[in-house]
Design a protein around this ligand. Structure first.
Ligand SMILES: Nc1ncnc2c1ncn2[C@@H]1O[C@H](COP(=O)(O)OP(=O)(O)OP(=O)(O)O)[C@@H](O)[C@H]1O
Length: 179
């Protein structure tokens, strides 16, 4: 199953992915979420949390970059050292055996900062060709990488809104648990 959860900024994508992860007790869940970092009411950056409890500052107004995305410098080391290992943990299953059993990969999100890491784009492409279930959040605006994913026949796009954000995680969990 390959699912993209598409939603506008702040609609509840991270909250939905965390709720989905909590609902997948029968599956091995791996991946990451990203959340805002605030100081005195102002957003100063983004923190990346892996689903196995590691975290790092992915982007910050004080980081020089490169790359820079908007006001933020991105620390690609956080993608390479935290995000990519969390995603590649499943890959040994088809490359060499011995990877995670019955994995579901959760990615929050396929955003501009994350996609500024070339290795991340490659890893997502590999995951889409692999025998793993994948659920990723994605922004609504146009972008060549995410537009191509949304157009694939084997990818289901679900639009997240205030109307379905409370019920979607348990519905998706039920679909993924029963596989
Ligand atoms: N189902 C919900 N019910 C009530 N509040 C919610 C719900 N989902 C999210 N929120 C609130 O909305 C805010 C944004 O949520 P969240 O960070 O999950 O959104 P997001 O789409 O991931 O945002 P971003 O685009 O910044 O990544 C948070 O304050 C969160 O508590």
């Amino acid at each position: 199953m390959r699912i993209l959860i598409e939603g506008r900024p702040g609609v509840g994508k991270t909250t939905a992915v965390r709720a989905l992860a909590d609902g997948l007790s029968d599956r091995t869940v791996t991946g990451f979420t990203t959340r805002e970092m605030r100081e005195g009411g102002t957003r100063v950056g983004f923190v990346l949390d892996t689903l196995d409890g590691r975290h790092g500052v992915l982007a910050h107004v004080d980081f020089p970059g490169p790359p820079r995305v908007g006001r933020y410098g991105v620390d690609l080391g956080v993608m390479e050292e935290l995000a990519l290992p969390a995603l590649r943990a499943v890959s040994s299953r088809w490359d060499a055996g011995g990877g995670l059993p019955d994995p579901v990969v959760l990615i929050d999100e396929l955003g501009r900062m994350e996609l500024s890491c070339p290795g991340f784009q490659d890893t997502v492409r590999s995951l889409l060709e692999a025998p793993v279930d994948l659920v990723a959040t994605v922004h609504v605006h146009r972008d060549p990488f995410t537009d191509a994913l949304k157009e694939r026949d084997d990818v289901e796009v679900i639009h997240l809104s205030q109307a379905n954000r409370d019920t979607l995680p348990s519905k998706l969990a039920a679909r993924l648990q029963s596989r």
